[in-house]
Design a protein around this ligand. Structure first.
Ligand code: PMP
Length: 441
């Protein structure tokens, strides 16, 4: 008999975001179906985080699989400089009309980090090409935009970047808009100081920072302020795109303005193939048109616009735009909102928040909210033992489920979380601590 996957893996593989000393064993997954991942012992886990926020329609969706397979039989890949193909053109034709802002061009790359790198390069070179160079980038405190060097530079200096801080380019970080006026004032001061090429934000929800949320009004104020100083705005919709906030894109929540560049990945292919997109306005694109070779955007990847990834994205878009999918998204939003009301006074919860299909619970573990919270592993293992995949960010747990989840499945997940909350309450406050009763409604 074959040795277990986890054992063979341990000998050869180094996993992402994993301290391999503490976590030498990975769970061997043999199958994905809908909401579930199945391991080699037959255990089925509800994938409530959509496998790092990528999976939109459930695992191994037959329609997406069919479209990838058909594409593989006709054109699996082709160089994208000087050549093009139907799936890439079709995807641009379908995406551009539904993107927020005045997006006119699509630039393909491979993942969320590269989508961000491309946006940063476009913004900086845009000003250079116009003969009015600007060098500064502004980002929000707590930001996370990826793990490549440029993407790390515009991310909060943190545990993730510490070893490389001396390498990263300078970025001005402004406060996360908890106090909107403070953030806007500091942003305006930074813009007044001049030389600012771009502000980059995760619109409405900062993912890795712990699903921290801010209202659309602040987003629109920040964008308007930047535009009044001729500064570009990059919306990193890598996590928030494709229905996660309840609308197609987080920036759809604002009406009067829009970003100049949008980064997409994760849900773009329904979570089936790696791909990134940077969309930009015509004004940005036009600034690169020249007889001068130095004004070219010298950026590209071997797998740019891979036809299989484009086919997956087109299939995922077909599914997303079906009324049934919007109905499921609305249903998740509604159930989350009801659950938030039920839990808001639970003593084991320090803060609970929701944006569309994302529900986040900051747990009261007696220690500070932190990525390295001492109870993180206990929380993770508890849920795994109950067959829920909920990968906490420190003491913050969140649900960002695939849209195929049924009301009953979501309810089941809430019940297990409730069980955990009650245990946590007893663990930290003893059984005599305020008894929590679930409201009737
Ligand atoms: N931007 C945001 C907002 C993200 O959440 C992430 C990934 N979590 C990235 C960029 C980087 O994407 P990738 O992991 O595909 O490089």
């Amino acid at each position: 008999m074959n040795r277990p996957l986890s054992e063979r893996d341990r000998e050869l593989i180094w996993h992402p975001y994993t301290q391999m000393k503490a976590w030498p064993e990975a769970i061997g997954i043999t199958k994905g179906k809908g909401l579930f991942l199945e391991d080699e012992d037959g255990n089925q886990y509800m994938d409530l985080i959509a496998s790092w926020w990528v999976n939109l329609h459930g695992h191994s969706h037959p329609y997406i699989a069919k479209k990838i397979s058909e594409q593989a039989a006709s054109l699996e890949h082709c160089i994208f400089a000087g050549f093009t193909h139907e799936p890439a053109v079709r995807l641009a034709e379908r995406l551009l009309p539904i993107l927020p802002g005045r997006m006119a061009k699509i630039f393909y790359s491979d993942n969320g980090s590269t989508a961000v790198e491309v946006a940063l390069k476009m913004a900086v070179q845009y000003y250079q090409n116009r003969g009015t160079p600007r060098r500064k980038i502004i980002a929000l405190e707590g930001a996370y935009h990826g793990d490549t060097v440029g993407a790390m530079s515009v991310s909060e200096r943190s545990l993730f970047t510490r070893q490389f801080d001396h390498w990263l380019f300078d970025v001005q970080f402004i406060p996360f808009p908890e106090q909107a006026l403070t953030t806007l004032n500091i942003l305006e001061q930074a813009l007044q100081a001049g030389d600012v090429a771009a502000l980059i934000v995760e619109p409405l929800v900062q993912g890795s920072a712990g699903m921290r949320m801010y209202p659309p009004k602040v987003l629109s104020n920040m964008i308007q302020l930047c535009h009044s100083y001729g500064t570009l705005v990059i919306a990193d919709e890598v996590m928030t795109g494709f229905g996660r906030t309840g609308k197609h894109f987080a920036c759809d929540a604002i009406k009067d303005t829009g970003p100049d560049l949008i980064c997409l990945s994760k849900g773009l292919t329904g979570g089936t193939m790696p791909m990134g997109i940077t969309a930009c306005t015509l004004e940005i694109f036009d600034a690169f048109l020249s007889d001068d070779a130095t004004k070219t955007l010298y950026h590209g990847h071997s797998f740019t616009a891979n036809p299989l990834a484009c086919a997956a994205a087109l299939a995922s878009l077909d599914l997303l735009l079906e009324p049934a999918c919007q109905h499921s998204i609305d249903n998740i939003c509604l159930l989350h909102a009801q659950q938030l009301l039920r839990w808001q006074d639970h003593p084991a919860i320090r803060h609970i928040r929701q944006c569309g299909t994302i529900l986040a619970l900051e747990l009261n573990t007696g220690a500070e909210t932190d990525y390295l919270n001492k109870d993180r592993d206990f929380i993770y293992k508890f849920f795994l033992s109950h067959k829920l995949l909920l990968r906490p960010l420190g003491n913050i747990i969140y649900l960002i489920p695939p849209y195929c989840i049924s009301s009953e499945q979501l309810q089941q997940a809430y019940e297990i979380i409730e069980l955990f909350l009650n245990q946590l309450n007893i663990r930290y406050h003893g059984p005599s601590f305020q008894q929590y009763t679930v409201p009737d409604n």
